[in-house]
Every structure is written in structure tokens, then in C-alpha cells.
Design a protein around this ligand. Sequence first.
Ligand code: F6P
Length: 542
Amino acid sequence: MPITPLKERPAWKALEQHRAEIGPRHLRELFAEDPTRGERLCAEAAGIYLDYSKNRITDETVRLLLQLAEESDLASRREMMFRGERINTSEGRPVLHVALRMPKGTSLVVDGVDVVAQVHEVLDRMADFARRIRSGAWTGHTGKPIRNIINIGIGGSDLGPVMAYEALRHYSRRDLTVRFVSNVDSTDLVEATRDLSAEETLFIVSSKTFGTQETLTNAHSARDWLVGQLGSEDAVAKHFAAVSTNAEKVAAFGIDTQNMFGFWDWVGGRYSMDSAIGLSTMVAIGPEHFAEMLAGFHDMDEHFRTAPLAANLPVLMGMLTVWYVNFFGVQSVGVMPYEQYLKRFPAYLQQLTMESNGKQVTLDGRTVDYDTGPVYWGEPGTNGQHSFYQLLHQGTRLIPVDLIGFGRSLNPLGRHHDILTSNVFAQAQAFAFGRSEEEVRAEGTAPEVVPHRVMPGNRPNNVLLAEVLTPRLLGTLVALYEHSVFTQGTVWNINSYDQWGVELGKVMANQIIPELESEPEPDLRHDSSTNNLIRRYRSLRA
Ligand code: F6P
């Protein structure tokens, strides 16, 4: 049954009318009307408490948003994903990152294959490898144990591993140096290797396709560096491992497939940090902590799959984003973790959200007549407060934010954590309630300064609160956003699991490379701007 176009669904029409009623209402009023609002508009699951009371909503808004989720077939599409149906239609693939964290002993049969058994076979091999590295049993070409791990990958083969390594650094082996090289800019690799001894360095080349230009260029240069330092091609076997779905290309590169860890085309790059792509994470934090992280992912998967929509964290967060994007014209969403270890979380979310929902056609190929994925961005608190929060508080744009706080610091020090967390609550308050003209006047502000100090408020935010950042909690948090993305994509009826938009630039770069390098200057047949830039570059590189 083809789904009713979004704007024709009854709940959409009702939300349009409802928006007109909500528009003029201020959060101050909504809180004044209902003293229990802050205790009612909350939900909790798998160790994450979500306070969504400071959103521009009433109970009626929530009811209509959930009705829209239902009319968008969210429940049945969710089941299709969990069953392994080919919901990535433009690539004809299932979308099964949820299988990566299903417990050992459970089973999910897709096309006659138990994918959970496959997953655990790889996890067991990864654990064995990680233990050998961590214990020093794995020695390099000259017999020394490995002390440095460099993950080479880009996009989903980098952002997840970097984010997880930074997030879980507290749990990592401090005598291992773990670095990440992603950019084809040679500075990335040169800086990552310059102070390391090749004898003690292992490269993990992570690439789903093993065809990504940046990763292969870096991997070749890393091999040259290693062979140059150790004086023998034979060293490659002990200093290179690969994570990929493409065994042929791994072998062609010269990495022993014994040292290859596989995954499957049903794992999207941006959903792969809990697959073998997490090998560097596992080496850093150990297999037990990695298993804890997977358990956290699974906790949230189960919650998403089974909780009623009204109490379902990813559904609530996803539908609130739909509310702001489609009914308030919101263009961007900020995510501000008040936890220094989560400093790369916003960067990770950028790929997860924007590569997933940055789409302009529906599943059946029609151009959408509504907005889809917003821009996601963010910085850890409190740093952002002293940078761009000014615009969030008094600028002309409406930018909903998620503020993520914790009950405890992993590095308690004096009053630091209370000071940090007071800022989470204060910012949430200031965004929501602002400071009225009367209040500013009552503070004795000079009349001409009053307008400058008025804070309009009515700026929506979610507060997410958890006890402490553990591997399990990290898995839960990532899965929360994954399923929020799914919820949004389902309502918009788009394919959140392909990424054709990144292809064109890659093809064009491949055309241009020889034009930068060849002598004499080739016959340039681009537009006049590109031709001119190429000529100028050629004169600069000479
Ligand atoms: O260019 C985008 C992309 O295809 C991402 O989707 C992916 O995560 C990244 O490149 C890296 O791809 P691979 O893991 O195949 O090297």
C-alpha cells in the first residue's frame, strides 16, 4: 500500500492548524498553566532521562505528533528494519546495524543466514586480536610489542572510532597510543607518525568498500613509511590489519586476510562503529568494555522496538525535530554535550544525521514538497556558551538544542562538576524563559540598554541526563540518535540509508587529478572558473 503523501496525512493537516495556536504561546505561560509540566513531559529509558518539557508543545502537540508517526507507518517500518527487510531501496539492502549488538545466542535469519552468529564470529576474532595486542603477545616485525595503533579511515570508518575512543578514553589502556588518520591532506599522516617508532606501530586500515581514495592513499603512504623505517616489505604482515567488507581488495593491497575483520553490506558506514570498524576502539578499551558498549546499544534498540510511542525516547526526539523543521522552519539543531569526553560527539552526529536525512526525494523518487534533515552541529559545554550561544539566545533564528549532562564526572575535582552541571540547567532555563523587558528594567538597567538586555526566551531545548559516561551509556546514547534519525526519515518517507550525494564530487575529483599533474597543461574543458583555478594552482605548485 503506497503511503499517503506527508502533507495529506490527517495529522499533518491538524498540526498545521495547531501550529497557529502554539505560535504565539510562550513557554513561560505553558509552565505557569501547569505546575507539573516539568515532571510530566519527561521520559526515561536505559539510563537516559529526557526532559522535553521546555519545548514549544502542549499535550495536544504530542498527541498529534504521535498520530503523525502512526500515520507514517513508523511501527511497521521499524519492524521491517528489525526483520532485515531491504528498506535501503536504492541499494537493495537491508539495514541491520541493530543485529551488530544482538546478544550471543539470539538469532536473526536473513536470506537463510543467521546474521547474529556471523556477527559474533567476527567479534570473537576481534577480541582475540585485541587481547593479543594489549597483552604484548602480538609482536611486530622486529619482535617488539605493539604500542601504537593508527586507524586509517574516513567518514563512518573514522568518525565513530574517533568519537568512541575520545568518549571512552577513561576506560582505555593509557600505555597504548591510539591515533586516527582520515584526511588525504598529507599533514594528517605525517603528524600522526612523526614521533612514533614503526617497530611498535600497527595500522588498522578501515574501509567498508576498500575503494575510498583518501583511505587507500593514506594506507599506501603508511606502508611506504613502515617499509622505509623497517627496511623490508615483510614487515607489512605484522603491522597492518584491515577492516572491510571487501576481502579481494584487502588482499590486493597486500594485507593478509588472516588479519582482516569483515562486516556486511547491510551495515551503513555511519552505523558501523559497533561493527569490526570498532576494532581500534576494542583494542583501546578492551573486549569487555566493547561488549558493554554493544549491550548499551541493544538496550536502546529494545526500548525503541517495544516501548509505546508516547514513552519512546527516540520517537519523541525524532518527532520534536519534525515539529520544528516542518512547522517552525527550523534549519538547524544544536547538540551540546556537557562532558568533555564527548567532544567529538557532535562531529559524529553530523554524519549520522546529515548523510542519513539530507535527502530531497521520497522512497519512490518524487521530489519532496517539505523540508527534510536539518543541519546538526555542536560543541561541548561550557565552551560553546562563550562562543555561539549569544546567537542562540538573542539571534533571529530559532535553533532547538539538546543539552546532555551527567550526574557524575569521571574525573571529580573540587566543585568543577557542580559548576559544569549548573550551566546545563541554567542554559535550559535561559533558553526557555529568557528575561523580559520588565525584569530587565526592574534590575535598574539604563533605559537605552534595556532592549539589548532583553532575552526573548521561548527557545526550545531537550535536557538529557545520565548518571555517568560508561561504555554502556555511550552505546545507548548513539542508538538513541540513530533511531531518532530513523523516526524522522520515516515521517519524511526518504531513504536514510543511501548517500548518492557524495558521489559526484568524488568522480569529478578523479577527472581533475591528472589535470593538476600532467605536463604539458592539458586541454581544460571545464567551466571558466574551474579552468582558471586549475591554471592558477598549477602555477602555484610549480
Ligand atoms: O563518502 C561517503 C562515504 O561513502 C561514507 O558513507 C562512508 O562512511 C565513507 O565514505 C567511507 O567509506 P569506506 O568505509 O568505504 O571507506
